[in-house]
Design a protein around this ligand. Structure first.
Ligand SMILES: [Zn+2]
Length: 307
């Protein structure tokens, strides 16, 4: 295998980015195929810190986390990309946000008891996969929606990418309580001199085992899969845990209940405490806060609500 690192020495590759949480992009130049390998450990642990997910929920949420990083890396945007899977089953919602600089956060919601021996399709039921990209500067939003077809997170996303972006993509994901990992392969537009490359490269990709995605470094994975291919490997990029919650956002959320309801809670409990479901941070509102929130609200139109 020839691995050429793009404008980076091996020394840089080894030391500059945490071994724990990173994404590596690579290119099969002759084949016009791009690839990415993502691995997260610490970030994944932080994401689970305030939750006690059942194993099966943790696995699927972890796969969405890996997928969100892989998908973000294929897109050109400045802002955030959100993957949301929701349906009428016991697993009501999985939502993961990844920013263009690979700051991620995510959460799953579910009703217990979970059905026994349920697979992903059964847990989610009938529903949709929604991908939302919000541009940071303009607040412009692009949204793509597809029905949940298939029985894995990877299949949902492959279906989304072919239907809405016309991009042939294969995704392999793995997650456990310690780590999440993923491999993405995508055919780029344009002609390739190497006609059967897509079949060959995706077939080799499909031999990756979950324990390899979770335990091996990206270089080892590339060597294991593609030692006969020419690969251009780019600098790894760090992934980190980033929650974008703020008092302002929680305030806007509070406005969805009426002033009367808010006052009743204050009367009963002394204040209103709202925990961020992504990072666990607590926001407190007392009577004076509540009065000012609703006074402001009745005087100005609410800029936080967009359709
Ligand atoms: Zn938060």
């Amino acid at each position: 295998m020839t691995i050429t690192t793009h404008s980076a020495s091996d020394d840089f590759f080894e030391k500059s980015v945490s071994e724990q949480d990173k994404i590596n992009r690579f290119l099969f130049d002759k084949a016009n195929i791009r690839g990415e390998i993502a691995s997260l450990n610490t970030v994944w642990k932080n994401m689970q810190a305030n939750h006690n997910y059942p194993d099966i929920i943790r696995q699927y949420l972890g796969e969405v986390v890996a997928a969100s990083v892989l998908l973000s890396a294929t897109l050109k945007f400045e802002g955030s990309m959100t993957i949301q899977a929701s349906g009428d089953g016991a697993l009501t919602l999985m939502v993961v946000e990844c920013r263009n600089d690979f700051g991620v956060r995510g959460v799953a919601k579910y009703d217990e008891p979970l059905p026994e021996d349920a697979d992903l399709k059964k847990l989610l039921g009938d529903g949709n996969l929604v991908i939302t990209i919000e541009q940071a500067k303009t607040k412009e939003r692009y949204q793509g929606i597809v029905a949940l077809e298939g029985n894995s997170i990877a299949e949902f996303l492959e279906g989304y990418l072919i239907r809405s972006e016309q991009l042939e993509t294969r995704i392999f994901l793995a997650a456990d309580d310690r780590a999440v990992g993923g491999l993405l392969l995508q055919q780029l537009p344009g002609q390739s001199d190497d006609e059967d490359s897509w079949d060959r490269i995706t077939h080799l990709g499909s031999t990756i085992k979950p324990e390899e995605l979770l335990g091996l470094d990206s270089k080892e994975i590339l060597h294991r899969l593609y030692h006969e291919e020419d690969i251009r490997l780019f600098e790894p990029e760090a992934i980190y845990f980033k929650c974008s919650c703020s008092r302002e956002k929680v305030t806007n959320m509070l406005r969805s209940i009426s002033h009367q309801e808010a006052s009743d809670i204050i009367k009963e409990q002394g204040n209103i405490a709202v925990d961020c479901e992504f990072c666990g941070k607590e926001y407190q509102f007392d009577e004076i806060d509540i009065v000012s929130i609703y006074t402001e609200h009745s005087q100005t139109s609410d800029p936080s609500i967009k359709h």
